[in-house]
Design a protein around this ligand. Structure first.
Ligand code: NAP
Length: 299
């Protein structure tokens, strides 16, 4: 239980509602900032304006998945008001107050460092990334179906990268009957791809390996599908780039060549916001309970 915990939830999308539901069920006291247009109410949660919140009693601040932008603004679909997180606001919180976000950027890193508050990036955790790969794969299947006129079954697909997303994508497309090959740079990854029953190739051979593709799915967050590689693809290849913005594709060149290339960020929040929210809510509630336990032990 999270009884006696005071937590501010700042902005976000439908995923945040699952977090609010779970934390109120666990008896935490929540202050919802940037939610005034949300019709739904939750017992134990009050909608507040930033200026009215007493930050000195907070145990945690929960930001939406993208955190803030580079000016500190927080996106919220439930408010038309600007919600901005600053170093001054963090300075008002107790020193043990933790900031939870999906990802971070230079601004959020800087204000957390300057105020000496711990910033926890949930998407850096293996458990979150692996659970999250499930709705990501489902979204990728949806995009492949919507943007091709062939079945996935028997289509020729290359997956670039064997990380947490790449592994789930490669396995699922293979199970759907596609001919899947997977590119990587580590010999251990090449070995794992072989063990999984798929064809491995080293990124050094990428230019040759794309000559026969129907779909190329990238998970490498670095420019990998450059003009030289795209030039070797058949004109009807579909590129689905899952890597975080700006992706790993030369989109300008792909367009020039007439190859359809789609950057597809945030698929879990689009195709399964409830599940994506539950993934975050489950991990967050455990982390908050651990924080509370540790503080009780030390006091
Ligand atoms: P990950 O586990 O870190 O995997 C990244 C993969 O890219 C690894 O195989 C890594 O290989 C490879 N890689 C990284 N830099 C490379 C480089 N310079 N050259 C060659 N290979 C490189 O990450 P993940 O959790 O799978 O996520 C992959 C990307 O998808 C991230 O950008 C993430 O933000 C994004 N993502 C998108 C969605 C969506 O909805 N579109 C959802 C979840 C995640 P090594 O081990 O050799 O470095």
């Amino acid at each position: 239980m999270l009884t006696d915990m005071h937590i501010a939830v700042l902005g976000g999308d439908a995923r945040q509602l699952e977090i609010i539901r779970k934390l109120t069920e666990l008896d935490a006291k929540l202050y919802l900032i940037g939610f005034e247009q949300l019709a739904q109410s939750f017992t134990g949660a009050v909608k507040e304006k930033m200026k009215d919140v007493d930050f000195s009693i907070l145990d945690a601040v929960i930001l939406p998945v993208p955190g803030t932008n580079l000016e500190g603004e927080i996106e919220t679909i439930f408010s038309s008001e600007k919600v901005v997180l600053t170093e001054q606001i963090l300075n008002k919180t107790p020193s043990y107050c933790k900031i939870y976000s999906g990802i971070s950027n230079s601004y959020l890193d800087q204000i957390s460092n300057l105020s000496k508050r711990t910033l926890v990036q949930l998407f850096e955790r293996d458990d979150v990334a692996i659970y999250n790969s499930i709705p990501t794969v489902e979204g990728t299947i949806m995009m492949a179906i919507q943007n091709t006129d062939i079945t996935i079954h028997q289509s020729s697909i290359a997956v670039l990268g064997l990380g947490r997303v790449g592994m789930s994508v490669a396995r699922t497309f293979a199970l759907l009957g596609a001919k899947v090959k997977v590119g990587a740079r580590k010999s251990a990854h090449l070995a794992r791809i072989t063990e999984m029953g798929m064809k491995p190739f080293h990124f050094n051979d990428l230019k040759n390996e794309v000559k026969d593709l129907d779909i190329c799915i990238n998970t490498v967050p670095n420019m990998i599908l450059n003009a030289g590689v795209i030039a070797n693809m058949p004109p009807n290849t579909l590129i689905i780039d899952l890597a975080s913005k700006p992706g790993g594709t030369d989109f300008r060149y792909a367009e020039k060549r007439g190859i359809k290339a789609l950057l597809a960020p945030g698929l879990p929040g689009i195709v399964a916001p409830k599940t994506a929210g539950q993934i975050l809510a489950n991990v967050l509630s455990q982390l908050l309970a651990d924080d509370l336990e540790k503080r009780k032990e030390n006091s």
